[in-house]
Design a protein. Structure first.
Length: 89
């Protein structure tokens, strides 16, 4: 009986996490829920913490992508392609 209740609570938490449109929350909630359940029947708390950690990691990854794109754009602006293609006499 407890397993069914735990499964229902975790499933509901995952559905709510998936609908919240937070990047990384779903994967983090699943991993945290499983780890929390195995570590001592704390699946719901693990899912909540996993959601927060997954969201944070996804935000960091997105910020790094933006910084890399900005650096690439700055590098492209610094050396125009037209000047390098002209032969010098």
């Amino acid at each position: 009986m407890r397993t069914r209740i735990s499964l229902a609570v975790v499933s509901t938490a995952l559905l709510l996490a998936a609908g919240s449109a937070q990047a990384g929350c779903g994967k983090g909630a699943v991993a945290g829920g499983v780890i929390g359940h195995v570590a001592g029947k704390h699946g719901v708390a693990g899912a909540a913490i996993g959601c927060a950690v997954g969201h944070h990691a996804e935000k960091k990854k997105e910020k790094q992508k933006q910084q890399a794109a900005a650096a690439a754009a700055a590098q492209n602006r610094a050396a125009p392609a037209g000047d390098a293609a002209k032969p010098r006499k």
